[in-house]
Design a binder for this molecule. Structure first.
Ligand SMILES: Nc1ncnc2c1ncn2[C@@H]1O[C@H](COP(=O)(O)OP(=O)(O)O)[C@@H](O)[C@H]1O
Ligand SMILES: [Mg+2]
Length: 237
């Protein structure tokens, strides 16, 4: 059974049809990418899975349950977390306080001490920055806080929105390495949306190509990389 199953999803902002009948799935333990250009509908799809935008048609199933009409906090209780576009931290709160917003209201029993130890193992710099306001961090460090905030509750599905945006190439590699490690060593199921096609395909098990609200290609990461048309459009020929 798939952990996440999206079927015939339609989302419109008034007259703008952003998502036009999209279907895809993510199985437990996978790292799946949706790649697409700016405006393709990537953020809209992730926000719909989190419950942040309503869908007009179609269904979203998670752990076999239809969650299409559940509010975001109920989806969060069920173990879904999002790392939003551009981190969206609370700028005046410290790193530690930002991390704590990630466990607000969770029902799962966790040992905070153990979770923090694990998080600081993944992102040692956050331990050093623990008492600094988020606004004083670099872009790369803020992205790390955003990932850590999503992970602290020990979620079952992590949605990652354009994590490479605005990062220096060196940091992009590092952040993708962490995502790969989370998936391979820690068994986290991850759905990634990215314009940075090559970097995300390198760490993915499978991928979908999204073009103006429609999925036009899907396959293993290798199949997507090797498709001549995709290569030309997204990977620079
Ligand atoms: N809040 C909104 N109101 C109106 N149109 C929107 C809104 N958010 C996104 N859109 C439009 O929906 C389409 C998909 O946007 P988005 O999901 O942000 O794409 P992506 O994340 O792939 O760049 C675009 O045409 C965008 O302009
Ligand atoms: Mg986006």
């Amino acid at each position: 059974m798939s952990l996440l199953e999206v079927e015939n999803l339609h989302i419109a902002y008034k007259e703008i049809e952003a998502v036009k009948g999209v279907s895809f799935f993510v199985s437990e333990g996978e790292l799946v990418s949706i790649i697409g250009a700016n405006g393709a509908g990537k953020t809209t799809i992730l926000n719909a899975i989190m419950g942040l935008v309503p869908s007009q048609k179609g269904s979203i199933k998670y752990k076999g349950k239809d969650i299409t009409n559940l509010p975001p906090h109920e989806r969060a209780h069920m173990g879904i977390r999002i790392v939003p576009e551009k981190a969206r931290l609370f700028p005046q709160l410290t790193v530690w306080e930002n991390l704590m917003t990630g466990i607000y209201g969770i029902k799962k029993q966790i040992s905070l001490e153990e979770r923090l130890k694990w998080i600081y193992g993944l992102f040692p710099i956050l331990k050093e920055r623990e008492t600094q306001p988020a606004v004083t961090l670099s872009g790369g460090e803020q992205q790390q806080v955003a990932i850590a905030r999503a992970l602290i509750s020990d979620p079952d599905l992590v949605l990652v929105d354009e994590i490479s945006m605005g990062l220096m190439p060196l940091l992009v590699d590092k952040v993708f390495e962490v995502l790969k490690e989370l998936n391979e060593q820690h068994g986290k199921t991850i759905l990634l949306v990215e314009q940075n096609a090559l970097a995300s395909l390198k760490i993915s098990t499978r991928a979908y190509v999204l073009e103006t609200g429609e999925i036009t290609f899907s396959g293993t990461a290798e199949e997507v990389i090797n498709d001549p048309r995709i290569h030309e459009a997204y990977l620079g020929g």
